[in-house]
Ligand binder design. Structure first.
Ligand SMILES: *[C@@H]1O[C@H](CO)[C@@H](O)[C@H](O)[C@H]1NC(C)=O
Ligand SMILES: *[C@@H]1O[C@H](CO)[C@@H](O)[C@H](O)[C@H]1NC(C)=O
Ligand SMILES: *[C@@H]1O[C@H](CO)[C@@H](O)[C@H](O)[C@H]1NC(C)=O
Length: 385
């Protein structure tokens, strides 16, 4: 390589073409929907690595669909706050407020905030037993590959904070999600039909699941995540829909759950479609006053939408709960409620050391499962089985 081409290469790597939204007319405290969309189109068309830049300040945004494929890797540097409006016209079921789609080599970073302004809708259009699917999720990642999302904050999402669908090789590093513990359906990070997703060093305080893994989640690693308030870390719910793909290869390690409604759980609907969840490992988890710290629930049923008498057809197998310690907010600390049609197979409990925070004994409850128990076992699971 000649000196010149080496220099050129270094210059390109160090100074990607920067597309600053201000160049496209964005001004603080104004709606930047159009400026963002144009800046994105230009950045995405760049033949060399590019950067879409959103500086400090508050920028209103009705909606953004940042769609590839792009010609080269692309960085989105959000330093300021994108603030949602409360105009919900045009949003359909499952839509995102900000959607990243069909991009290979995306880096989303910058310390900025996606402020969904959810307080304006929580408990009004939705909640109170009503599910309102038309509220947008804060950030959608659809069919994103070989990408990194780091140091961003999702605040007060109207629905899920972040939704990951059809993605491969994506790392979430040091992201935060913040919403009130009573906000409805505000899962922190929901993953479905994706392969090779890592979440590490995240802080998630929200009103629903901290991280939830839907069907087709494979090779998912979740480490050093702190959850609470919220509903805990969940696989599922599974079985509500036809043709769901298996969940397999899930590693949840070195996480802390504080004041969550549940700890680590696998939930499947009764009277369900067929499916499976296997090779799932929860390890080195600290519970601080969390309810139901260890939970398999194959009778999961919301809104009385099911017949609990018909067993779930999801086969759960090869699951370990290892080195799980701390305090439980419920007397029942271990609940393994498996399907009578498809009893759980090869479930291991190793070094479980939990204390009940209330009065009385710490207990466990089991159905259709014979777990292997090793090491410390406070409480002992399935004594009556
Ligand atoms: C994901 O990463 C693996 C290992 O580096 C690679 O073989 C695979 O092609 C990647 N997937 C995509 C969609 O690029
Ligand atoms: C995710 O973490 C696993 C285990 O540490 C590692 O093997 C894999 O390469 C990581 N994947 C990505 C996309 O960083
Ligand atoms: C992860 O483990 C380290 C070392 O044991 C500990 O200091 C840290 O608090 C843990 N992090 C979480 C989120 O549990």
């Amino acid at each position: 390589m000649t000196c010149l081409s080496l220099l050129l290469g270094l210059t390109l790597a160090a100074n990607p073409s920067v597309f600053d939204v201000r160049t496209y007319g964005a001004k603080p405290n104004m709606d930047i929907s159009q400026a963002l969309s144009t800046a994105w189109k230009n950045a995405c068309a760049s033949l060399t690595q590019s950067e879409l830049f959103i500086p400090n300040g508050v920028f209103y945004l009705k909606r953004a669909i940042l769609q590839g494929p792009c010609k080269a890797p692309i960085k989105v540097q959000l330093q300021g706050t994108l603030r949602a409006t409360n105009d919900l016209t045009g949003f359909n079921e499952e839509d995102g407020w900000v959607t990243f789609k069909y991009i290979n080599g995306l880096t989303l970073m910058g310390g900025g905030t996606f402020d969904g302004q959810g307080k304006s809708v929580w408990g009004k259009q939705c909640g109170q037993g009503k599910y309102c699917s038309k509220l947008p999720m804060n950030i959608r990642f659809d069919y994103i590959t070989n990408s990194l999302v780091r140091d961003i904050i999702s605040l007060d999402s109207k629905q899920f904070h972040m939704n990951v669908l059809g993605c491969q090789n994506v790392t979430f590093l040091h992201v935060r999600a913040i919403a009130s513990g009573s906000s409805p359906n505000t899962d922190g990070i929901h993953i479905g039909r994706s392969f090779g997703i890592n979440i590490t060093d995240a802080h998630i305080q929200t009103g629903d699941d901290c991280v939830s893994l839907g069907d087709g989640s494979k090779k998912i690693t979740i480490t050093k995540v702190t959850c609470g308030p919220g509903h805990g870390i969940s696989v599922g719910s599974l079985g509500l829909y036809k043709n769901e793909q298996p969940v397999e290869g899930v590693f949840v390690r070195n996480c802390t759950l504080i004041n969550t409604m549940n700890g680590v759980r696998i939930k499947t609907w009764p009277d369900s479609f067929v499916g499976s969840a296997s090779d799932i490992h929860f390890e080195d988890i600290i519970m601080e006053n969390s309810g139901n710290p260890i939970l398999i629930d194959q009778e999961y049923c919301l809104w009385n939408k099911c017949n609990k008498k018909v067993p779930s057809k999801i086969q759960i197998k090869d699951v370990t709960f290892k080195d799980i310690r701390g305090t439980s907010a419920t007397a029942n600390a271990i609940n393994l409620i498996c399907s009578s049609g498809f009893p759980c197979q090869n479930i291991e409990l190793v070094d479980i050391d939990l204390k009940y925070n209330g009065q009385g004994h710490i207990t466990s409850q089991c159905k259709n499962v014979k777990p292997k128990i090793l090491g410390v076992h406070n409480p002992t699971a399935c004594l009556a089985n």
